[in-house]
Design a protein around this ligand. Structure first.
Ligand code: HXC
Length: 510
């Protein structure tokens, strides 16, 4: 018996070594942790339970029958994050570059199936070169099985991907179908085909960083939702994100004890809006002053900065925040901002996370670049996402709510449940100057007349009261009491029920 126990320990020790000491050393030399070290950091200490440690590939081509490593390039299992169960897999770059064989795929699909059955989040730590080239179509088939499960689980359990090394092929397409992607700066890359293939096919010379580094994917392509300086920081931030997320689409948002008084007033908000309507102010200040303990997890923080998206809590319960940012492009809605916010709104709606919208938007961005880029379709995504949302929607208009953007940003008309405005709000078709130049075009040469007309338009429309008179705004509120008003609205809306006609699914303008 003792022998057997020893043999088991030996086999375990061998499996834990992955691709061997030399490759582990190389992994560390590149500033990367190993798959197991990453899992240890992600999960609560000692909570990891591993599956399939002894699985080996079954291929025989290209001498692979002589190259078998237990675990086959991926470590899978489950554990807890602050006591809540999650499933996890971590690609082991030291074993065939973390590439996916048929057996490796079966380990992944087992863990995906378990996560779905248990209705618990799944986190994938990627550091891998895609389909195992020696296996050919068996590996491609394996990816297909993984992709299909990504889609079936979408909207049922949160799926998070962390890109921690060079990733190609299926190791970028599977993350692309998950809810959030995070990267590690300077050592993680995502591309469908790497620089060598790019050179062969297009004769373009490009580095991995230029082709698919964290900067590219967080600022240009919007493929990634955030980037961190190293493995440790990335994993700790993912733990922080998991604390905000429901386990699944039925459980409702997690509730943690909050020591921040929901009725806390903040008098500094009464002077947040500058006297000059064209002067910017930082919408993040309002967000941080409203959410519990100023704890805000931003999603896509460096992409389309004219709109802010992220998670906070009110009375200990998670809320999604969407807010125009007057500091960037005056908070205008363009294609990128619309797509970014639409995806966020849909995530919140799928997982029953109430949405608080802070609005200061001068409209949609005019111009050929936007129109040629499909602003109509992209703007419609946000309009569609808010309109289909059935979660509680609380909106606060701080300043401008102009034109179509007024409708889009969770207005009462498309489903806003509680819509507040600050006394500084201006709810109108457009700014006074633009409006007067159109409706009083005949007076354009006469500066005095135009000034008088502008003043008249401002007095009539540049306030929240025309909308409030119609009930489009439920109440004009004091800025200092914004947190209290939002907290009360969310508490009232907690058991909101809405009926929609049956459909297979909608047809959001993709
Ligand atoms: C088998 C692989 C591999 C792969 C890497 N390795 N990728 N083995 N199949 N796909 C092995 C290498 O042979 C090497 O083994 C070890 O992993 C480390 O790789 P290096 O190339 O030395 O590392 P690095 O220079 O850091 O480059 C990493 C890389 C590169 C960028 C990932 O290896 C690469 O481009 N790999 C191929 C990527 C690819 O084209 N994959 C197929 C995609 S198709 P040794 O023994 O020397 O340590 C696909 C289909 C899915 O995924 C469908 C999508 C819709």
């Amino acid at each position: 018996m003792k022998d057997m126990l020893e043999r088991l320990e030996e086999r375990r020790a061998q499996a834990r070594l992955g691709g061997g000491a030399k490759r582990i050393e190389a992994q560390h030399a590149r500033g990367k942790l190993t798959a197991r070290e990453r899992i240890e950091l992600l999960l609560d200490k000692g909570s990891f339970e591993e599956f399939d440690m002894f699985v080996e590939h079954r291929s025989t081509d290209f001498g692979m029958d002589k190259a078998k490593i237990p675990g086959d390039g991926v470590v899978t299992g489950w554990g807890t994050v602050n006591g809540r169960t999650i499933f996890v897999f971590a690609k082991d770059f030291t074993v065939f570059g973390g590439s996916l064989s048929e057996a490796h795929a079966q380990k992944l699909t087992k863990i995906q199936d378990m996560a779905l059955k248990m209705r618990a989040p799944i986190v994938g730590l990627f550091d891998a070169g895609g389909a195992r080239i020696q296996e050919g179509v068996a590996a491609l088939g394996g990816y297909g099985e993984v992709f299909k499960r990504n889609v079936i689980a979408s909207g049922v359990i949160p799926q998070i991907s962390v890109i921690m090394g060079p990733c190609a092929g299926g190791d970028v397409y599977s993350p692309a179908m998950t809810d959030f992607i995070f990267m590690v700066r300077d050592r993680s890359y995502m591309f469908v085909t790497g620089p060598d293939v790019v050179k062969t096919v297009t004769n373009e010379t490009v580095t991995s960083e230029e082709l698919g580094g964290a900067k590219v994917h967080t600022t240009k392509s919007s493929v990634a939702d955030g980037a961190y300086d190293n493995d440790v920081e990335a994993l700790l931030q993912v733990r922080r994100l998991i604390d905000f997320l429901p386990a699944n689409n039925m459980d409702g948002v997690p509730e943690i004890p909050s020591f921040d008084d929901p009725a806390r007033v903040d008098n500094s908000l009464d002077t947040l809006i500058p006297d000059n309507p064209n002067k910017p102010y930082d919408m993040k200040e309002l967000i941080l002053k409203v959410v519990d303990e100023a704890d805000f997890f931003e999603i896509q923080g460096v992409y389309a900065k004219n709109i802010i998206t992220g998670f906070g809590r009110v009375e200990g319960r998670t809320v999604g925040i969407v807010a125009n940012q007057p500091m960037v492009l005056a908070g205008v809605l363009d294609s990128d901002a619309s797509r970014k916010a639409a995806r966020f709104v849909r995530f919140c709606d799928a997982f029953n996370i109430p949405i608080v919208t802070f609005e200061d938007v001068p409209g949609f961005l005019p111009g050929t670049a936007q129109e040629y880029g499909g602003l109509i379709k992209h703007g419609a995504k946000l309009l569609f996402a808010y309109s289909e949302a059935t979660v509680p929607l609380v909106t606060v208009i701080t300043r401008k709510a102009f034109g179509g953007a007024y409708d889009v940003m969770a207005s009462k008309h498309i489903g806003g449940d509680v819509n507040y405005a600050w006394p500084t709000a201006q709810i109108a078709v457009m700014g006074a100057k633009g409006a007067v130049e159109i409706i009083f075009r005949q007076d354009i040469g006469d500066a005095e007349k135009i000034a008088a007309r502008t003043k008249e338009y401002e007095d009539r429309f540049m306030s929240p009261f025309v909308a409030a008179e119609r009930g489009y705004i439920d109440e004009v509120i004091m800025p200092h009491s914004t947190r209290r008003r939002i907290a009360r609205a969310l508490a009232m809306l907690r058991h909101k029920e809405t009926e929609r006609p049956w459909k297979k699914h909608d047809n959001i303008p993709l």
